[in-house]
Design a protein around this ligand. Structure first.
Ligand code: DON
Length: 304
């Protein structure tokens, strides 16, 4: 497959919509990012890299970090994770509190904020500096030893993270958070503020296209069965409240973040990442979702 040509075609077709939508502004530091960026990368399990546009410009990975913290939590606790977090789509926005109260402090899935806070809590129990553990997990996976989190973005989110604090306190009241709320929120805001580019993110998810084993020699990340399950969760829950529509249009497991990034997995083939900061109302990159839709339409490949 000539992915170079596919990416060129997508960038050309999407030029008129880049910038449509709204850059996330509830994290003040993210509001100043230009909506006009667009980058996309494909990294195959054979290690070939294809890019277009701003594919090498770092951006705030935000909720894409939830994928990696879940992987780390699964490595530590295996199936026990599911006693504290469910695996059903929530049908509510990623920062909604209503369901959490009605369902006794057990979040519907690990990709909404309360579910991710539980995974971060698991990391807080194991690591003295959990955000550094996430960064160190990512460096070999993405092939960049310089990856780090942006302190200004983390501090900006931490100052305004009232909804996440409310969720964490509610879960603490239900006995579903083991560490102090403040510590979990500090670590969570920091791993959300990790900066990576499209090539690094596409490479970091290649293990999910390769049965849980990192193709570039980083070993077994997850068992084949667990990798299958994670892909299923990404398909059903990875793009917030739009996951049904996204599966319908794109047909690939994916995880998005409000920084405008979306990673997707083509099993047996490649990792993909697209970045364009302006979002549609559910919080997914507007141009990014369209780009992935065109990617599966043009290549004729998806999981279906
Ligand atoms: O907690 C937040 O609101 C952000 N750090 C991340 C939000 C995001 O990307 C969407 N979450 N599922």
């Amino acid at each position: 497959m000539d992915y170079a040509e596919v990416l060129q075609q997508i960038a050309h077709e999407l030029a008129p919509v880049i910038g449509q939508g709204k850059v996330a502004s509830y994290i003040p530091e993210l509001a100043s990012v230009s909506p006009h960026h667009f980058g996309m990368a494909v990294v195959t399990i054979a290690g070939e890299v294809f890019t277009v546009g701003d594919a090498r410009q770092p951006f705030s990975i935000q909720s894409i970090s939830k994928l990696f913290t879940l992987v780390m939590a699964l490595q530590l606790e295996d199936e026990k994770v599911w006693t504290r977090v469910g695996r059903e789509p929530s049908g509510t926005p990623f920062n909604s509190l209503v369901q959490l109260e009605a369902e006794n402090g057990k979040p519907r899935n690990p990709f909404i904020n309360p579910g991710a806070l539980v995974c971060t809590d698991i990391l807080c129990t194991r690591y003295a500096v959990p955000e550094n553990a996430v960064v160190e997990f990512l460096r070999p996976l993405c092939g960049n030893r310089e990856v780090h989190y942006n302190r200004a973005v983390a501090a900006s989110e931490r100052r305004t993270s009232h909804r996440n604090a409310a969720m964490a306190h509610l879960m603490k009241a239900f006995g579903n958070l083991n560490n102090p709320v403040g510590e979990v929120l500090d670590a969570y805001c920091r791993h959300c503020a990790i900066e990576m580019n499209c090539v690094e993110l596409a490479r970091a998810v290649t293990f999910l296209a390769h049965g849980g084993t990192h193709p570039a020699g980083q070993g077994n990340i997850l068992s084949t069965s667990m990798a299958k399950r994670l892909n299923a969760l990404m398909l059903t829950c990875g793009t917030y409240d739009a996951a049904g529509d996204f599966a319908f249009r794109v047909g690939l497991p994916a995880k998005s973040g409000v920084g405008g990034g979306i990673v997707a997995v083509m099993p047996g083939e490649c990792g993909v990442c697209v970045w364009s900061p302006a979002l549609e109302p559910s919080g997914n990159s507007l141009a990014g979702s369209l780009a992935l839709e065109r990617f599966t339409d043009i290549t004729g490949r998806s999981i279906f």
